[in-house]
Design a protein around this ligand. Structure first.
Ligand code: ADP
Length: 179
């Protein structure tokens, strides 16, 4: 486990609920590579943001797994949506961990570029993409902490978990890091 400064770890907040309700500068969408909407959190974000979100997404030309692209938030409380397709989990030998890391890192990079002071992430790839939740949780938290530390970019990070399993994994791991 890495050793992070307590003041950085304290910028991370774990929430159980619906990411579309988050009043933050940017929410992250676990999109699919078409960026044209889908099920799960992607569907919820498009429903809440309204049809203009899909219109803007049509202009983006998709995104490869691990890449991230930004749009406005339209009817959402959030100012921006950062769209990133995570990896589809195929057993763990298909660069899934690297791709998942890239999704978190590239999302943070866009947040920095757009001067965001707060960002909310869902548990990318842990729904229909099938990534093991415990491994995905550590990658999510470690990657965001690494980014803040290396880039000297300290903002409020919200991990918004929809299911009890993820909520409990994130809470436990953050507690370990806070010791
Ligand atoms: P992926 O294709 O990346 O696996 P999914 O949308 O299927 O994306 O699932 C990613 C995670 O998002 C899952 O853990 C799922 O429980 C969660 N999720 C679904 N709806 C919401 C929501 N409204 N807010 C936050 N998380 C959500």
């Amino acid at each position: 486990m890495n050793n992070y400064d307590k003041t950085i770890v304290e910028r991370i907040h774990i929430i159980k609920g619906d990411i579309t309700k988050m009043d933050v500068d940017a929410i992250v969408n676990a999109a699919n590579p078409s960026l044209l909407g889908g099920g799960g959190v992607d569907g919820a974000i498009h429903r809440a943001a309204g049809p203009q979100l899909l219109e803007e997404c049509r202009t983006l030309g998709g995104a490869k797994p691990g890449e991230a692209k930004i749009t406005k938030g339209y009817l959402l409380p959030a100012k921006y949506v950062i769209h990133t397709p995570g990896p589809v989990y195929r057993g763990g030998n298909q660069h899934e961990a690297t791709i998942l890391k890239n999704s978190y890192r590239n999302s943070m990079q866009l947040a920095k570029q757009y001067n965001c002071r707060s960002i909310a992430f869902p548990a990318i790839s842990t729904g229909v993409y099938g990534y093991p939740k415990d491994e995905a949780c550590k990658i999510a938290i470690d990657t965001v902490l690494d980014f803040m530390q290396k880039e000297n970019f300290f903002i409020d990070i919200y991990f918004v978990l929809y299911d009890e399993d993820n909520f409990s994994l994130y809470t436990t791991y953050l507690k370990e890091l806070s010791k």
